[in-house]
Design a protein around this ligand. Structure first.
Ligand code: IPM
Ligand code: MG
Length: 358
């Protein structure tokens, strides 16, 4: 298991350090883990003048899986777009062909009252959002700026999806739904956008190969509303890059704790990049307060989706649950007045729970 570790910026290095402890624990238990680290994002810019240095991409390509912390920080906000930390992330997704982005929103029993929604609306929520990650308005050409005849500036981007791009993410959606509650909701804006009309057509064609999965379609504005009205109606949502970006942030907050949510971005062969859903949180970086659980749970996803090691994946998830059950809390998931631990101690608690239950 050759794993490229890209800590990135802000809280990235400290949360990734905890996830690496977990990997080292697995190694001590006999897993063939090999770890190599490289800079990305602002750290890439600082080290090599590029948010995705060539050596980092080469390492990521040669690895079986990539573990990423987070990128970005105020220090880099004034750089030109191609040099900004986010570009490192967008470019590595595209260069590795990571078109399937899995973003689970899972409510832990112990944390159900952390949600901003009433506990009965979210208790037991287990939702998976599949976001297409390498197409759409994020990457569509042409894009840019031009001057209008009247001298006004105009900015423009292109939303587009080819049939094959829609087909492969639809297949991924049905395949995941089949392994879960067998319900897939495809989200688009087919009442307005041509891209979405084709999206819906192709998803319907692919559906014929999955008669056991119940497919529904929903407009994105309605989906945004339904997610906060009755989120438990969903099992798996599949959608494009832009809508998925927005809906997955919304869904993460249903759980009340963005610091808990991992993600996986996979290519056609199951190679993947794993990262927490949250950002680099520069305001709390280096203070040992960030929650490392989303990154640790990303390692569990890595074991499940790239290394097909369900045993090790569940073992990590069980260790996280045990730590939560024992009342160990970082500040973001603590109730007012509850005692909290820092990043390092949360990492240590998970490793201890792993060690106690082989
Ligand atoms: C995400 C982030 C990124 C995105 C940014 C940082 C480029 O918001 O992973 O959801 O828009 O994809
Ligand atoms: Mg986002």
């Amino acid at each position: 298991m050759k794993i490229a570790v890209l800590p990135g910026d802000g809280i990235g290095p400290e949360i990734v350090r905890q996830a690496v402890k977990v990997l080292e624990r697995l190694k001590a238990d006999g897993h063939a883990v090999v770890i190599e680290t490289a800079p990305i994002g602002g750290a890439g810019y600082d080290a090599a003048g590029d948010p995705l240095p060539e050596a980092t991409l080469a390492l990521a390509k040669s690895a079986d899986a990539v573990l990423l912390g987070a990128v970005g920080g105020p220090k880099y906000d004034t750089l030109d777009r191609p040099l900004r930390p986010e570009q490192g992330l967008l470019r590595i997704r595209q260069a590795l062909g990571l078109f399937t982005n899995l973003r689970p929103a899972l409510v832990y029993e112990e944390l159900a009252d952390a949600s901003s929604l009433r506990p009965e609306l979210v208790a037991g929520l287990d939702l998976m959002i599949l976001r297409e990650l390498t197409g759409d308005i994020y990457f569509g050409q042409p894009r840019g700026r031009r001057a209008l005849v009247n001298g006004e500036r105009e900015g423009f981007d292109t939303m587009k999806y080819s049939e094959s791009e829609i087909r492969r993410i639809a297949h991924a959606g049905f395949a995941i739904a089949r392994k879960r509650g067998k319900k897939l909701c495809s989200v688009d804006k087919a009442n307005v956008l041509d891209t979405s009309i084709l999206w819906r057509e192709v998803v319907n064609e692919v559906a014929k190969e999955y008669p056991d999965v119940a497919l529904s379609h929903m407009y994105v504005d309605n989906a945004a509303m339904q997610l906060v009205r009755a989120p438990k109606q969903f099992d798996v949502i599949v959608t494009g890059n832009m809508f998925g970006d927005i809906l997955s942030d919304e869904a993460s907050m249903l759980t009340g704790s963005i610091g808990m949510l991992p993600s996986a971005s996979l290519d056609a062969a199951g190679k993947g990049l794993y990262e927490p859903i949250h950002g680099s949180a520069p305001d709390i970086a280096g203070r040992d307060v960030a929650n490392p659980l989303a990154t640790i749970l990303s390692v569990a996803m890595m074991l499940r989706y790239t290394f097909s090691d369900e045993g090790a994946a569940s073992r990590i998830e069980a260790a996280v649950r045990r730590v939560l059950r024992d009342g160990v809390r970082t500040a973001d998931i603590a109730k007012p007045g509850e005692a909290t631990v820092g990043t390092e101690r949360m990492g240590d608690a998970v490793v201890a729970a792993l060690s106690a239950h082989r």
